[in-house]
Design a protein around this ligand. Structure first.
Ligand code: SAM
Length: 473
């Protein structure tokens, strides 16, 4: 039985409810009156539920789909402005006891190079990341209670926060590790993490069990209920995601929204972010082996529909996607992207050579440097942001949502983005990027509505040029 407030995975992600939703969406995909009604509701910026959003996903009427795209663009502009937050993944260890069939870190893969960073190696990795200009990381690790216990992860987080190289600093560490206990989530919270990210991979229980045949990750309920435990442990920024390609995208999309609705109904706060990874080629993984790959058009439609369905949830696109695809979906509602990512363990300090046995998790499509990504974003009219202020000011969970809902972004996130961009330009940018960025900051400062905030932002930008760092609203 479907129950959004149930704490049991099979009830808040009810297979029966998803099947009924898909049947309802099929039955109504040409029902223009209903589609118009749903689009009207979305225009109120109050989001859509999984049934309504699924109708729009099934709808193929070109004018209606176009209307959804335009609305997604408008909502993105209203809530997020033209800022794009940048981050990088940091792979700590690829030891893993699971059997995930789409991931080369699976236990039976004897071909991949197994590596686990020592604290000295973390210093090297983080120094390399700081020297690029990164301020925000997502740490990644395989699941292995012996090699990567929670104590190891906590020690790594401490090390990362402690490294200060030149003007560099990592100011927010997000964590993408396997589902764990309330007690461990509490420890992560106490270590000062930002978002806890865990991809569901697939919401389809039967497929989930086949795709995760062995290891602790096999337990669908334990995995699906992880975000509830994370919230119980005090983490109020959680990041959802589906690995598109594993099962039918329409099933996953409905499940993803049901999960968001569940978190909102039970904890009073929805997911902080949603990621939309697609299966990629990796060491012993061929994406063609998975039948449910989605086209770039479908991918874009999903991004647009996430934006209109959960307007206050950030959306993340990684370097799994090419420059071209990223460019296409950025205006549809993306708020964060990774840049200059390495998916190998230790790859920032010492990039792996072609002939070496790889430790990479998957192939990266967008291989540009951070400077190239920053430059590109600005040429497209975006403000690359290295801001981490909300989390450091305690604006997490519903407090962040309140900022978003009250449209205070132009008085808060906008100047923060400009100040962190200014730091980047001063410390790390190439000549050309610096020039474009300085002009952009001058233009964008003018858009701050509150005169007092505008004045303070001007002063801080000036102070940054004089060598001061780390201002925030
Ligand atoms: N071991 C943790 C877990 O089980 O959640 C951390 C996750 S892993 C380092 C990060 C994510 O990469 C996975 O959740 C999965 O969705 C994704 N991933 C795994 N193999 C992939 C592949 N071949 N292509 C694209 N993404 C992949």
């Amino acid at each position: 039985m479907y129950d959004v407030k149930s704490m049991r995975a099979e009830e808040f992600i009810s297979d029966e409810e998803i099947r009924e939703t898909l049947a309802y969406a099929d039955a109504n995909k040409d029902n223009e009156a209903l589609i118009d009604e749903i689009i009207e509701k979305a225009k109120q910026r109050k989001g859509l539920n999984h049934r309504e959003a699924s109708v729009l996903l099934a709808c193929e009427i070109p004018e209606k789909v176009e209307e959804v795209y335009r609305l997604a663009e408008q909502i993105k502009k209203d809530f997020y402005g033209n800022r794009i937050v940048l981050f990088a993944p940091l792979y700590l260890s690829n030891y893993c006891v699971n059997g995930c069939v789409y991931c080369p870190y699976h236990l039976k893969n004897k071909h991949i190079a197994r590596k686990k960073l020592t604290q000295e190696e973390i210093v090297k990795e983080v120094t390399a990341l700081q020297d690029m200009g990164h301020k925000r990381l997502a740490i990644e690790a395989g699941e292995d209670p012996v090699n990567n216990p929670i104590e190891y992860i906590l020690e790594c987080i401490d090390t990362i926060y402690s490294i200060k190289h030149k003007n560099g600093a990592i100011r927010r560490v997000n964590v993408n590790i396997a589902a764990t206990t309330v007690e461990n989530y509490r420890k992560l919270k106490d270590a000062g993490i930002g978002t806890y990210i865990l991809f569901q991979e697939t919401y389809h229980k039967e497929s989930y069990e086949k795709l995760h045949p062995t290891g602790p990750k096999h337990d669908y309920a334990y995995h699906t209920e992880a975000m509830d435990r994370a919230m119980e442990g005090g983490i109020d920024d959680v990041g959802l995601g589906v690995l598109f390609g594993l099962d039918l995208y329409r099933y996953e999309f409905a499940g993803l929204l049901m999960h968001a609705e569940h978190l909102e109904a039970v904890h009073g706060v929805g997911p902080h972010t949603i990621s939309v990874p697609r299966v990629k080629h990796a060491d012993d993984i061929d994406p063609a082996a998975f039948d449910n790959g989605i086209s770039d058009d479908t991918f874009a439609k999903i991004c647009a529909l996430i934006r209109v369905s959960v307007p206050y949830t950030g959306m993340i696109i990684s370097t799994r996607e090419s420059q071209e695809v990223r460019e296409r979906v950025l205006p549809l509602g993306v708020s964060q992207i990774s840049g200059a990512s390495k998916t190998s363990v230790g790859g920032y300090a010492e990039p792996e050579k072609e002939e070496e046995v790889t430790s990479e998790q998957f192939d990266v499509s967008d291989q540009r440097t951070l400077d190239e990504v920053v430059n590109w974003l600005m040429k497209l009219g975006y403000i690359p942001s290295f801001c981490t202020a909300c989390y450091r000011e305690g604006r997490t969970g519903d407090r962040f949502m309140a900022l978003c809902k009250n449209m205070q972004i132009l008085n808060c996130c906008h100047p923060n983005a400009l100040m962190t961009l200014k730091e980047y330009l001063e410390d790390y940018a190439s000549e050309e990027t610096r020039k474009i960025g300085m002009e952009l900051i001058d233009r964008e400062l003018e858009k701050i509505p509150n005169p007092k905030v505008k004045q303070t932002a001007y002063e801080h930008i000036h102070d940054i040029a004089e060598g001061k760092r780390d201002f925030r609203f």
